[in-house]
Design a protein around this ligand. Structure first.
Ligand SMILES: [Zn+2]
Length: 673
């Protein structure tokens, strides 16, 4: 899809309103530069009031109104909440939750992925929609369901899980071996004995299970099974419109679904960004980088963000003036070609009446929020198609693998304080703050284009991963990995010989023990003659402390305290033409900032721009030989920075020579002149 500019709009739910309000909404949309709306998101019962009745009259009217006003449509399929009549007549559509309770009708995201009723009715509705609207000129994009997620533990899911396992393992012997089932006599002697892992069986809580292999396989199965719901509709739509562009909205670092596998079935990535008020700019950037990287850097859609506040956090602070604009441009700076809001008009009742909207309950356009939305709409119109389709180039990749995340957080011990995404975020933040572009890659990604690969807590090694990483380093790449890496195989069985398992040769060391202390208890990292300008420096680290025995690696830093004082906490191994670093603990941000600077210097990895003040972030998107610089001031004061070459801001038309000034929370989209 390409509207000739950055698409601008959001979720519009006219079915909640009288017809007269629709016309007023469209008038306001024109005023705000809105040209792209998601519609039909939760309308299943209106479209299909009974099993044999379809009624598209209202949706026809919505299509006609938007088309007449030159607003393009992202058509959702309405299957994210099933009708009450369906739940009554076909109760197999209701999920069973983690506590083993059968749900009743209500809420959204409520359909069991193994339900035969769902498998009948959802693609039938998608087919009816595709048949009816296939030639409609306003239709740009398909949006299947909405924010897929969760899991189901019903008997149908259990049966399907058994079949899935049988396909994976063929024999029970192979399954029992993979699950190390002799532990606690958990041996399966008949496929029908297998139960889903919830709190009625092996799952102790959200974190920790008696059977790692079972829990890991269920998470794989559940992610695939829910993807199956998407596929039902995807295939139905493509059967009628082979060239249809189809997406569904993801949720960033969302643990239950392995989005890397989903991305293969999605034509354009779309995601919903809801940073908490206390989130750093880097945390939001990480999620954008992850979403962009799912399809090899293809631009994505920011499908939802609030223009002002959410309603589901404990304290729903308003986005301060300028923050919505800044966060919108941040998405574009990291690869978005669409900026969209939830919601266009704030509903008057039910669960989201306190969630922010472009048009508030007042219905007015002279509000702060509406005026900010309209101002951004003017900017996007002015920018036109300049950056549409442009790409970000990165020399650095961070390994982010859902299966390592699942496995390490399903394990009881060694530390309840270990959060996979936080370890990833620490390293990402250091590169982000240095204005170094990062791709977020995983087991299926190519490593060829990268100089540096950072893989914190590379806990689980799928078959072939070790060989690919080894080749990367052997060919001259720089690998950084950390504690709890190389621990387990694809079934979460620890490699004999202990960590780092298959990575031992590449890292040139083995781990004898791993200490785990409360997060507030720190050790020190003593670096000598390693990071250039400062010959000796002391940093802190916490959480986990691998006690390392060196083989071919050399010590770069040592622990300063405890009985392992003087032993290595940072090592480097020359392997082939490359280097492999091991960070044995969870370091502070000062260490990571210095370490990242050192790695980038050694590998000739350059920041996007030099001399960028703290709190200002710069990214670059390129297209047809042109570079576009996104300069974002995340601080609350005006910043000045030097310029190597004169630049023009495409938003204001202002030109800068020698240096540029950027106001608090300001944004420049600049090109060299
Ligand atoms: Zn189910």
């Amino acid at each position: 899809m390409n509207l000739g500019k950055i698409s601008y709009g959001g979720d519009w739910n006219p079915e909640q309103w009288d017809r007269a309000v629709w016309d007023e909404d469209v008038r306001l949309f024109k005023e705000a530069g809105i040209d792209f709306l998601s519609i039909n998101i939760f309308a299943w019962t209106l479209l299909q009031p009974s099993e044999d009745t379809f009624d598209f009259s209202q949706l026809d009217e919505i299509f006609a109104l938007l088309h007449a006003n030159n607003i393009k449509i992202c058509l959702a399929t309405s299957t994210a909440a099933h009708p009450a009549w369906m739940a009554t007549k076909y109760p197999d559509i209701l999920r069973v939750d983690h506590q083993g309770r059968k749900r009743k009708f209500g809420d959204r995201h409520n359909s069991c992925p193994s339900s035969s009723a769902y498998a009948t009715f959802a693609p039938k509705l998608a087919t009816a929609l595709a048949t009816r609207y296939q030639n409609h000129p306003a239709l740009e994009l398909w949006h299947i369901s909405n924010e897929f997620g969760g899991s189901c533990y019903c008997e149908n899911c259990e049966k399907r899980f058994r079949v899935w396992l049988q396909q994976q393992y063929i024999t029970l012997e192979a399954l029992n071996t993979a699950w190390n089932a002799t532990f606690w006599s958990q041996i399966i002697t008949d496929w029908n004995e297998i139960v889903v892992p919830n709190q009625l069986s092996v799952q102790w809580s959200d974190r920790g299970t008696a059977m790692q292999g079972l829990a890991l396989d269920f998470m794989r199965f559940n992610s695939e099974n829910i993807l199956g719901m998407y596929n039902l509709e995807y295939d139905a739509i493509k059967a009628i419109i082979p060239e249809a562009m189809i997406t569904t909205n993801m949720m960033g670092m969302y643990r239950p679904l392995n989005y890397r596998k989903w991305a293969k079935r999605i034509d354009v990535i779309a995601w919903d960004s809801y940073p908490s008020p206390n989130h750093s700019a880097a945390q939001t950037a990480l999620a954008h980088d992850l979403m962009r990287s799912l399809k090899d850097g293809q631009p994505f859609l920011l499908m939802e963000q609030t223009p002002s506040q959410t309603n589901w956090q404990p304290y729903n602070a308003l986005k301060r003036p300028g923050v919505m604009r800044l966060q919108s441009w941040q998405a574009v700076a990291h690869g978005a070609d669409a900026i969209m809001f939830f919601q266009m008009r704030r509903s008057i009742g039910a669960g989201e009446k306190f969630h922010g909207a472009v048009i508030e309950h007042s219905g007015r356009s002279d509000t702060r929020v509406f005026q900010e939305v309209a101002a951004l709409g003017r900017e996007l119109q002015q920018l036109g198609n300049k950056i549409i389709g442009s790409r970000i180039q990165s020399d650095v990749a961070i390994w982010f693998d859902w299966e390592s995340w699942w496995a390490v957080e399903n394990s009881l011990g060694p530390s309840a304080g270990l959060h996979y995404t936080e370890e990833i975020a620490k390293y990402h933040t250091a590169f982000h703050d240095a204005n170094i572009s990062v791709d977020m890659i995983g087991p299926d990604s190519s490593l060829d284009q990268y100089k540096i690969l950072v893989a914190p807590v590379l806990y689980l090694l799928q078959p072939g991963v070790n060989e690919r990483i080894k080749t990367f380093v052997d060919n001259g790449g720089t690998l950084v990995t950390s504690f709890l890496s190389g621990v387990a195989d694809q079934n979460d069985r620890v490699f004999p010989g202990g960590p780092p398992g298959l990575l031992r040769e590449t890292l040139g060391l083995w781990v004898e023990e791993i200490d785990a202390l409360p997060p507030e208890q720190h050790n020190t990292m003593l670096v000598q003659n390693a990071f250039g300008s400062r010959s000796n420096y002391e940093y802190t680290c916490n959480l986990l402390f691998a006690i390392v025995r060196l083989e071919t690696a050399e010590t770069i830093a040592t622990y300063g305290q405890d009985f392992y004082a003087g032993t290595p906490v940072l090592t480097r191994n020359q392997f082939g033409a490359g280097q492999a670093w091991f960070v044995a603990s969870s370091p502070d941000s000062n260490f990571l900032n210095d370490f990242v600077q050192h790695l980038c210097r050694e590998n000739n990895v350059q920041p996007v721009m030099q001399g960028v003040p703290t709190g200002v972030k710069v990214t670059k998107r390129s297209k047809d030989g042109h570079d576009y610089y996104f300069i974002l001031n995340h601080t609350s004061s005006t910043q000045t920075m030097p310029l190597e070459k004169p630049m023009r801001d495409l938003l204001s038309g202002q030109t800068f020579t020698g240096s540029l000034k950027i106001e608090a929370r300001g944004v420049l989209v600049a090109e060299a002149i």
